[in-house]
Design a protein around this ligand. Structure first.
Ligand code: FAD
Ligand code: NAI
Length: 472
C-alpha cells in the first residue's frame, strides 16, 4: 500500500536494463511504481544504441564475412555475397524497435507508470519530470552512462567522419579506412563489424595491450586473432587531435610515453575510449549527494546512497559497465526497498566481447589470482585447453582460441575462467554458475559434458589444472 504522503512507493530514474528491471521487480513486489525516462523509447543505452544494435550488426556482418572470406566455400557452399547495407541497418532498427516496444508492454503488464522526460531532484522524495512533479518514498537513480569525450576530438555523428559508438552503428556507407581510438570492447566489436564489411581498420590503443582488465594470455591471443583477420594495431600510442576537412580526418598520434608525433588519414574515426556516468542535470546538489572522482554515485552493498530513501544502480555506480550487472542490481535494489534481501555477487560477473571468436571471462585473471596469493605463483594452478583439440570447434573449422581455468593450488577452488571460442559468451555461463556454488576444478572436470560441444573444452581445461587433459 502506498504511503499517503507520496504519489508512488518507488520512482526509478532511467529505463535502461538497471532501471526498467528495478521498476518491474518493484511492481511485482506490490509497490506502486513509476519510471522516468527522457529518451523516446524505453530500454536505455543497451536496447537503443548499445548491446542490441551492436549485436544485430555483428550477427549480420558475421554471415557476410563468412561468405566473403571463403569460410562458406570450405563448407561446400559457393556464394557471391553482395552487401545490402540498407537492409542490414533495417534489420538492426527492427530488432531495436521490437525489444524497446517489448519493455513498454512489460511496463503496462506490470502497471509501471512511464513518466516521459528527464528527471531532476527537488528534494530526496521529489523530482520534476518535464512540467510534472512526482513524489516517491524511495527513488532509484539508474541514469546509466554516456561516451567519454577525447580532448581535441569533436564527435559529429551526423557527418559520419568522427563518430562515437552511436554514430558507428549508423554509417550509411562502408568507410574505406577507419581508425578506432581505443582497443576496448566497443572498438573491437564495432571495428570488427566494419572490417568484415570491407573497411581497412586500424586500432590505436594507449596501453601496451588491448582489452585492459582481461586475462593477460587472453589479451595477447585476442590481438593475434584480430590481426590475422586484418585489423592493424598501434599500441602504446595516443591520439592528441583530429582535424576534419570535408570527408577526410587527419589524426595526430604520439607514443604514449612521449616522443615524435605522426599523422594518419582516415575517412572514419571511431572514438571509443570508455564511458562516463550520467549525473549532470540530475540535480544531485538539491539532495546534497556528491559523486566520487570518476563521477560515480557511491552506494553500500544494498545500493543505498548516503541520502535516506535514495538508491543507485547500474552504470552510474562503481563496477563494470555491463547490462547484466545493471539488471541484477535492479532486481536486488527493488527487493531491498521491499524489505527483502537483494544481493549481487560482484565477484562473479561475466564479461563477453562479441567478436568472432567471442572472448569471455569470469572471476579473477591469472595476474589478479597471483596477486591475491601475495605474489606466490605456485599458489595458483592454471589449466589451459586449446580449441584446436576440441572436436566440435575443429569440425566447424573454428580452431582459434582456448579455455583457461584458474584455481587456488591448495584448495582447488576455481578463482577465474577465461575463454576465446566461437560460443565463449554462452560457455562462460557454466563457469559462473559453478563458481557461484564454490566449485573446484575437479568438480568441473568430473561433470559430464555433452559431446560434441565446445563446452567440452571447459571440462578439459579443468582436467588440465591437474595436468591430465585427454585430447592434447
Ligand atoms: P543505461 O542503459 O545507460 O540507461 C539509462 C537511461 O537513463 C537512459 O535511457 C537515459 O536516457 C536515462 N536517463 C538519464 N538521465 C535521466 C534523467 N535525469 N531522467 C530520466 N532519464 C534519464 N553491455 C553488455 O552487458 N553487453 C553488451 O553486449 C554491451 N554492448 C554495448 C554496446 C555499446 C555500443 C554500448 C555503448 C554499450 C554496451 N554495453 C553492453 C553496456 C550497456 O549498454 C550498459 O552497461 C547498460 O546499458 C547500463 O544500463 P543502465 O540501466 O545502468 O543505464
Ligand atoms: P573500454 O574501457 O572497454 O576501452 C577503452 C580503451 O580505450 C581502453 O583500452 C583504453 O586504454 C583506451 N584509451 C583510453 N584513452 C585513450 C586514448 N586517448 N588513446 C587511445 N586509447 C585510449 O571502453 P569502450 O570500448 O568505450 O566501452 C565502454 C564500456 O561499454 C565498457 O566499459 C564496456 O563495459 C561497455 N561495453 C560492453 C560491451 C560488452 O559487454 N560486450 C560491448 C560494448 C561496450
Amino acid at each position: 500500500m502506498t504511503d499517503h504522503n507520496y504519489d508512488y512507493d518507488v520512482l526509478v530514474i532511467g529505463a535502461g536494463p538497471g532501471g526498467y528491471v528495478a521498476a518491474i521487480r518493484a511492481a511485482q513486489l506490490g509497490l506502486k511504481t513509476a519510471c522516468a525516462e527522457g529518451r523516446e523509447t524505453l530500454g536505455g543505452t543497451c536496447l537503443n544504441v548499445g548491446c542490441i544494435p551492436s549485436k544485430a550488426m555483428l550477427h549480420a556482418s558475421e554471415y557476410f564475412d563468412a561468405a566473403k572470406n571463403g569460410a562458406m566455400k570450405e563448407l561446400g557452399i559457393d556464394v557471391e555475397p553482395k552487401l545490402n547495407l540498407e537492409q542490414m541497418h533495417a534489420q538492426r532498427r527492427d530488432a531495436v524497435k521490437g525489444l524497446t516496444g517489448g519493455i513498454e508492454f512489460l511496463f503496462k503488464k506490470n502497471k509501471v507508470d512511464w513518466k516521459k522526460g528527464y528527471a531532476t531532484f527537488q528534494d530526496a522524495h521529489t523530482v520534476k519530470v518535464g512540467d510534472e512533479t512526482v513524489t516517491a518514498k524511495d527513488i532509484v537513480i539508474a541514469t546509466g552512462s554516456s561516451v567519454t569525450p577525447l580532448p581535441g576530438v569533436e564527435v559529429d555523428n551526423d557527418k559520419h567522419v568522427v563518430v562515437d559508438s552511436t554514430g558507428a552503428l549508423e554509417l550509411p556507407q562502408v568507410p574505406k579506412k577507419m581508425v578506432v581510438i581505443g582497443g576496448g570492447v566497443i572498438g573491437l566489436e564495432l571495428g570488427s563489424v566494419w572490417r568484415r564489411l570491407g573497411a581497412e581498420v586500424t586500432c590505436v590503443e594507449f596501453l601496451d595491450e588491448i582489452l585492459p582488465g582481461m586475462d593477460g594470455d587472453i589479451r595477447k591471443e585476442a590481438r593475434k586473432i584480430f590481426k590475422k583477420q586484418g585489423i592493424e594495431f598501434k599500441l602504446s600510442t595516443k591520439v592528441t587531435g583530429v582535424t576534419v576537412k570535408g570527408k577526410t580526418a587527419t589524426l595526430t598520434l604520439e607514443p604514449a610515453a612521449g616522443g615524435d608525433a605522426e599523422t594518419m588519414e582516415a575517412d572514419c574515426v571511431l572514438v571509443s575510449i570508455g564511458r562516463k556516468p550520467n549525473t549532470d542535470g540530475l540535480g544531485l546538489d538539491a539532495i546534497r549527494l556528491e559523486t566520487n572522482k570518476r563521477g560515480q554515485i557511491e552506494t553500500d552493498h544494498d545500493f543505498r546512497t548516503k541520502v535516506d530513501g535514495v538508491w543507485a544502480i547500474g552504470d552510474c555506480v562503481p563496477g563494470p559497465m555491463l547490462a547484466h550487472k545493471a539488471e541484477d542490481e535492479g532486481i536486488a535494489v527493488a527487493e531491498n526497498i521491499a524489505g527483502q534481501t537483494g544481493i549481487v555477487n560482484h565477484a562473479i560477473i561475466p564479461s563477453v566481447v562479441y567478436t568472432w571468436p567471442e572472448i569471455a571471462g569470469v572471476g579473477l585473471t591469472t595476474e589478479e589470482a597471483i596477486e591475491k596469493m601475495g605474489g606466490d605463483k605456485k599458489a595458483v594452478k592454471v589449466g589451459k585447453f586449446p580449441m584446436v583439440g576440441n572436436s566440435r570447434a575443429k569440425t566447424n573449422h573454428d580452431p582459434d582460441g582456448f579455455v583457461k581455468v584458474i584455481a587456488e593450488a591448495e584448495s582447488d577452488k576455481v578463482l577465474g575462467v577465461w575463454a576465446i571460442a566461437v560460443p565463449a559468451g554462452t560457455m562462460i555461463a557454466e563457469a559462473a554458475v559453478a563458481m557461484e556454488f564454490g566449485t573446484t576444478s575437479e568438480d568441473i572436470a568430473y561433470t559430464c559434458h555433452a559431446h560434441p560441444t565446445h563446452s567440452e573444452a571447459m571440462k578439459e581445461a579443468a582436467m588440465a589444472v591437474q595436468g591430465k587433459p585427454i585430447h592434447v
